[in-house]
Each structure stands twice: as C-alpha cells, then as structure tokens.
Design a protein around this ligand. Structure first.
Ligand SMILES: [Zn+2]
Length: 166
C-alpha cells in the first residue's frame, strides 16, 4: 500500500490518563480548546447527511488524517472503491457521555474515537463487516488506533480510538 511520507505521530495515551491530560469534557469551552477538524479526502455520509469534517481531539488529528489518506490511497483515490470498504459511512465522533453501564467517560467524550458504519457493525455482534484484515481496520491500526473489534468483553467493531485501554 502506498503510504505518503511517514509522520511522527504522538503515542496514544492511556484511557486512565485522559481526565488528567485533557480535563473534564463536560466543562464549558472544552471543545474549543481540544478539538480539531479533519476532512477526509473522500466523501462521507451519515444516512443522507454529508459529513465534510470530523471533530477529533488535537492529539489524534494527525493519525486520523493519515488513516483517511491511507484508505484513499489504497482505494486508488476512487470513491466507489471507498464505498465498497464502507469507509464512507460515518457513525459518530465527539459525544460527551459515559460508557454505557459505567461511570468512566466514553473515549468519544474526549473526542479520541470515531465510529464507522454502525449499521453493519452493531455493538456486541461477532460477525460484522469490519473484521481483522479489513482494509479500514488495517489503515486505522497501522496509524496507532485501537479497534473495538478486537475486544473480547464487549466487541465494538464500528469503533476506532486513539487511546490505549488501561
Ligand atoms: Zn465508538
């Protein structure tokens, strides 16, 4: 796969470090201080809504940009090819909410996670469109993202986060 000039990407933090590193996402002004917008080089949609940019934590922005570019390159810069690997199906970025059934903030609260194609990758499902070896999974993992499809307890194949579990 053609990968553009290697970037020195920051190491993803640990989940347990996030509150200390980024502060409480529920606080006023958190977004303005911590978020960056990343525009994928391909067209992306959430249902019928065009998503031209993704809100992401500044720390994760270079890695997300790189993963998007890798997908675009691997698809021969062809939108139909991007659609075939479901990279064009956006399902969420920054949402301030706790992890279901827990008091720890979701990594979406810190804008360190992106969900793709929730429709074909439902939470908890074992057979999903994104599987180990899928192009989208490969492109995100090679840029340091953790893929929720590898989680044993509560598999989350739509979920890619730039933060390590721990
Ligand atoms: Zn998610």
């Amino acid at each position: 796969m053609a990968v553009a000039a290697e970037l020195a990407l920051p190491k993803p933090p640990l989940q347990s470090q996030c509150l200390k590193l980024f502060g409480n996402p529920s606080e006023k002004g958190w977004g303005a201080k911590n978020l960056e917008y990343v525009s994928p080089p391909f067209a992306m949609k959430m249902g019928d809504i065009t998503i031209s940019r993704v809100k992401i934590n500044k720390l994760a922005a270079p890695a997300l940009r790189a993963a998007f570019n890798d997908i675009w390159e691997a698809c021969g810069k062809n939108q139909a090819a991007v659609a075939r690997v479901h990279a064009d199906r956006f399902s969420g970025d920054w949402v301030v909410r706790p992890i279901r059934g827990g008091s720890t903030p979701s990594m979406h609260s810190f804008a360190l996670a992106i969900d793709l194609d929730a429709g074909s990758n439902p939470l908890g499902a074992l057979e999903t469109f994104f599987m180990p070896g899928s192009l989208v999974v490969k492109c995100f993992e090679q840029r340091g993202f953790i893929w929720g499809g590898r989680w044993k307890g509560r598999r989350d194949a739509m979920h890619f986060q730039y933060v390590r579990v721990g």
